[in-house]
Design a protein around this ligand. Structure first.
Ligand code: GTP
Ligand code: SPV
Ligand code: MN
Length: 595
């Protein structure tokens, strides 16, 4: 097969990787439908994919991963920059030369008897000034077909790259999925990514977390922009005006759901609606006095469990064609898929995510808690008309949030950018099934970037502070918590569509349209300012509780944050100032003042 590019740097790197991996065959992925169709067919034949009911789910497939390969592996993820201190205390580091040797030893002959697929891909719109190009070499058809959904691939990428040498090099070998030799490795100084012994989502779809966050956060720092774990959405008000916000929540904490929100019926009637620009990653840059965001991806790699026509119809509809499902259950009655929370009628007979027979009486879950769908963005009924705009959208507000059963109130606004960076830096959230390890443990996850920041966390905070100074009209910064619980452990806030009520307050505040109560944490809504008309069944008393701040819990929080700062080291002094000021406000029994 002929090469798709004459770019010497690309070809010589591929030659080098070919010599190491020793494939039987090399296939360039052109992006043409004919080639992709042949690969789908081959994957079905080889048992990699199961073709689903073509009438109910046209173009859809099911894939089951190895049961030990179901989520990102943070303890096997490395940032191998030149100096250990530049990776910082939140990243694993190994000296680059040593790591290359280890990786190339694992890759030695890894493609023997197999095919090397070369995927040219673009993060962001091909040809746009903000697009970045990469090549992923893989022996996995599953990766090829997922990258086709998640990014823009094929010959057009090579044409746009031309002879430029600023591309991202990626090598992925499934090997034998040996857990002990699983590695997700980044070499920021060489723009290189190597994934070994995994075939799961965020570990191997390298455009996503590896490139668009870990490598891109490094590029952003050097080039004066930001790569963030953020959704991007547009809020349309009854006057037809659209304001954009971006929001950083940790993995499996509600980004996809918020990005595709459908407002409560009453608010819809008034003309409120939400447009989805992105559900996981935002690249942000300064332009015309403001901060602008693009979504570098082209699809959604979303959490399946809990996704239903009730919780997130837009996401569910997005999966109704041309979608790959991973680790959900197969409904044997009609060859479709099922997961916990899809509906209240589990299939009488199914095959679970491990490939075993399953019935509603089975003690275990039918779908893995981190089972996912890979769906093309164009399928989303509320996809923003700005999705394909290479300029991106201007951001009015940045929202941080996480899963906190007690501490964080429903919503508050920071006093200013510097205070907002502080709020992001002390974010904490309960862990979820998106990464291997314990679930439900509260940990610090600054800006939802703990697993994705490709350099020293202290330097990253400094970059945030520096960026703020350069934006003439910076977005306002907020914090939300949809996951506060009552005494019985139930969620105290209905969440999902009702989150629209909080978004309304956020954009009113971003535009300085309404007043707020000043508290020790920041600005909070006056209770009547959260739109409780139009069907919210919540008493003023409960609403006040949702917005309440427990002083003792927060003093404890300050102590924890201080400890965390000490662990990080190299914390910008401005953030210590903010921490001291918060503690002082709490200790003084800060008066709540209504404007
Ligand atoms: P990643 O793809 O891992 O980055 O996850 P995400 O941040 O996009 O999370 P997603 O929207 O997929 O939601 C994860 C889980 O949280 C799902 O089980 C949702 O049902 C649940 N969830 C999302 N929004 C809400 C909410 O407002 N309230 C409650 N209680 N649960 C929510
Ligand atoms: C996340 O964990 O934040 C995800 C899923 O979006 S993965 O692509 O596996 O990282
Ligand atoms: Mn994510």
């Amino acid at each position: 097969m002929t090469n798709l590019t004459n770019n010497k740097a690309v070809l010589s790197w591929i030659d080098e990787m070919t010599a190491i991996t020793k494939p039987d065959k090399i296939v360039w992925i052109t992006g043409e439908e004919e080639q992709l169709d042949a690969l789908r067919e081959q994957a079905v034949k080889e048992g990699i994919l199961i073709k689903l009911n073509p009438d109910k789910l046209p173009g859809c497939y099911l894939h089951r991963t190895d049961p030990d390969d179901v989520a990102r592996v943070e303890d096997r993820t490395f940032i191998c920059c030149e100096k250990e201190e530049d990776a910082g205390p939140t990243n694993h580091w190994v000296e680059p030369k040593e790591m290359y040797e280890k990786m190339y030893a694992l890759a030695d002959g890894a493609y023997k008897g197999r095919t090397m697929y070369i995927i040219p891909y673009s993060m962001s719109i091909i040809g746009s000034p903000f697009a970045k190009y990469g090549f992923e070499l893989t022996d996995s058809i599953y990766v090829v077909l997922n990258m086709h959904i998640m990014t823009r691939i094929g010959k057009a990428v090579c044409d746009a790259l031309g002879d430029d040498t600023g591309f991202i090099k990626g090598l992925h070998c499934q090997c034998n999925l040996d857990k002990e030799n699983k590695y997700i490795v980044h070499f920021p100084q060489d723009n290189t990514i190597i994934s070994m012994n995994s075939n799961y989502g965020g570990n191997v779809l390298q455009g996503k977390k590896c490139f668009a966050l870990r490598i891109a956060s490094n590029l952003g720092r050097q080039e004066g922009w930001m790569a963030e774990h953020m959704l991007i959405l547009g809020i349309q008000n009854p006057r037809g005006e659209i304001k954009y916000i971006s929001a950083a929540f940790p993995s499996a904490c509600g980004k996809t759901n918020l990005a595709m929100l459908i407002p409560p019926e009453g608010l819809q009637r008034w003309g409120w609606r939400v447009w989805c620009v992105g559900d996981d990653i935002a690249w942000l840059r300064i332009g015309k006095g403001r901060l602008w965001a693009v979504n570098p991806e082209n699809g959604f790699f979303g959490v399946a469990p809990g996704t239903s026509m009730k919780s997130n119809p837009n996401a569910l509809i997005s999966t109704h064609k041309d979608t790959i499902f991973t680790n959900v259950a197969l409904d044997l009655s009609d060859n479709t898929v099922w997961w916990e929370g899809l509906n209240k009628t589990p299939p009488a007979r199914a095959i679970d995510w491990r490939g075993r027979p399953w019935t509603p009486q089975s003690p275990e879950k039918a779908a893995h808690p981190n089972s996912r769908f890979t769906a093309p963005a164009r399928n989303c009924p509320c996809l923003s008309p700005e999705f394909d705009n290479p300029e991106g959208v201007p951001i009015s507000a940045i929202v941080f949030g996480g899963r906190r059963a007690k501490t964080a109130p429903l919503v508050y606004q920071s006093f200013n950018w510097q205070h907002g960076v502080f709020v992001g830096s002390i974010m904490a959230s309960e862990t979820t099934a998106a990464a291997t390890g314990q679930v439900g443990v509260v940990r610090r996850d600054p800006m939802a970037m703990l697993p994705f920041c490709g350099y020293h966390m202290g330097d990253y905070w400094q970059h945030w502070l520096d960026m703020g100074k350069k934006i003439p009209k910076p977005p306002k910064i907020f914090n939300v918590n949809w996951f506060r619980t009552d005494e019985d452990g139930n969620f105290a806030w209905p969440g999902f569509g009702d989150n629209m009520r909080v978004l309304q307050w956020i954009i009113s505040r971003a535009d300085d349209e309404i007043g707020a109560a000043e508290t020790a944490l920041g600005y909070e809504p006056n209770t009547h300012d959260i739109d409780s008309m139009e069907g919210l069944e919540m008493s003023m008393y409960d609403m006040r509780r949702l917005l309440s701040v427990d002083r003792d819990l927060w003093l404890q929080e300050c102590e924890d944050a201080r400890e965390y700062y000490e662990k990080i080291g190299k914390v910008p002094p401005e953030l210590y100032e903010e921490l001291d000021a918060l503690e002082m406000r709490l200790n003084r029994g800060y008066k709540v003042k209504h404007e």
